[in-house]
Design a protein around this ligand. Structure first.
Ligand code: NCD
Ligand code: ZN
Length: 348
């Protein structure tokens, strides 16, 4: 007997599309299954102004396959020089849907991020007034803080003080990787949500480091202990509307990952929906999949849920490419380490 499940078309509330040849290669992988995505602004140079976002949006639309049913939701990269008026104008124009806070040096292309949080206070206050969401990369960058503790320390030192100072600001703590993050989000009474990636529901730090170093599982924030993965799984499958999918699919060419100093990022766009179906099925929570992929994020960002659907059918193990080719080089597709049985059909 084949099992089927029909869900609203998912949205990806945290996605890296890059630019140029890489954009052209990875965009169809997301647009195939997803209806909308929050597009990360960490290009080189970053997407800082409304004009930058408009130009990037045009490049994305030019690369989008004609048949695609996909809307990119643009964001700005917050710097200490960001002009609150420019942010407000881009928001008024319907051009941007969030502003992204990277602590300086936290991750790939984050050198222009924030060091002195007092300098961005006027922007944050303006965002709170106009109801614009702040997306946060939640890790401190202090070299004295152990990399596995950086998320928990960020909550205490940065996120909680920031939210207390600007309680009306809507905040998404992105790619949560710890039980500390899950508990902090769940304890908030308003204006706080968290995205969870596909890969953090599958891997813990042993997958990266035990029995050989596996660069394609290295991302930031880095995967933590199993107890943290289990907390993420519980949050994702709980139906709590504060938790939703942000894949953080982040392509890098293989030579940049398989290197003496490899880049952070897992490329999951190609098989994310099937991986999630498998994960939710194993957790006995297939009935919560749609809330996580297609409802909770839309509600937080104040969009209607998609009016189109995907049908998932359980069948023989799925075949998918181990790599996709970009003009820049090959990009390895995330290997969850188990067979995928859920075949995805896009309904007309
Ligand atoms: C992202 C990238 O490559 O741009 N990498 C990652 O490991 N997630 C940056 C980010 O979101 O931290
Ligand atoms: Zn990211």
């Amino acid at each position: 007997m084949s099992k089927t499940l029909t869900i609203r078309r998912p949205d990806d509330w945290h996605l890296h599309l890059r630019d140029g040849d890489m954009l052209a290669a990875v965009l169809p992988e997301t647009a195939r299954h997803f209806g909308r995505a929050i597009i990360m602004p960490n290009l080189l140079p970053p997407v800082v102004t409304g004009a930058d976002a408009r130009a990037y949006l045009e490049r994305i639309m030019a690369a989008l396959p004609k048949s695609a049913n996909f809307t990119p939701l643009m964001t700005l990269y917050l710097t200490e020089d960001t002009d609150p008026e420019d942010v407000a104008a881009a928001h008024d124009a319907g051009l941007i849907w969030a502003v992204k806070l990277y602590p300086a040096g936290a991750t790939t292309n984050s050198a222009s991020g924030v060091t002195d949080f007092d300098k961005v206070r006027p922007v944050l206050e303006r965002m709170a007034e106009i109801g614009l969401t702040l997306c946060v990369h939640g890790e401190v960058t202090d070299p004295d803080v152990d990399i596995f503790d950086r998320e928990a320390v960020f909550i205490d030192r940065v996120l909680d003080p920031l939210r207390r100072a600007t309680p009306d600001l809507r905040v998404v703590m992105e790619h949560v990787t710890t039980k500390d993050g899950v508990d902090y989000i769940a304890s908030a009474d308003k204006n706080l949500a968290g995205t969870i990636t596909t890969h953090h529901l599958v891997i813990n730090r042993n997958h990266i480091l035990a029995g050989g170093i596996r660069p394609h599982y290295y991302c930031l924030p880095v995967a933590k202990r199993e107890v943290h993965r289990l907390a993420l799984l519980e949050a994702a499958t709980s139906g709590n509307p504060q938790f939703f999918l942000g894949t953080d699919s982040a392509p890098h060419i293989d030579p940049a990952k398989e290197s003496g100093c490899g880049c952070a990022g897992c490329f999951t766009a190609t098989n994310t929906v099937s991986v999630l179906a498998e994960v939710f099925e194993k957790a006995g929570a297939l009935d919560k999949l749609e809330a996580f992929t297609s409802l909770n994020g839309a509600e937080f960002y104040q969009f209607p849920a998609s009016d189109s659907t995907l049908t998932l059918t359980r069948g023989a193990p799925l075949t998918y490419p181990a790599k996709i080719n970009s003009g820049d080089g090959p990009v390895t597709v995330f290997d969850p380490g188990f067979d995928l049985h859920w075949h995805v059909r896009v309904n007309p």
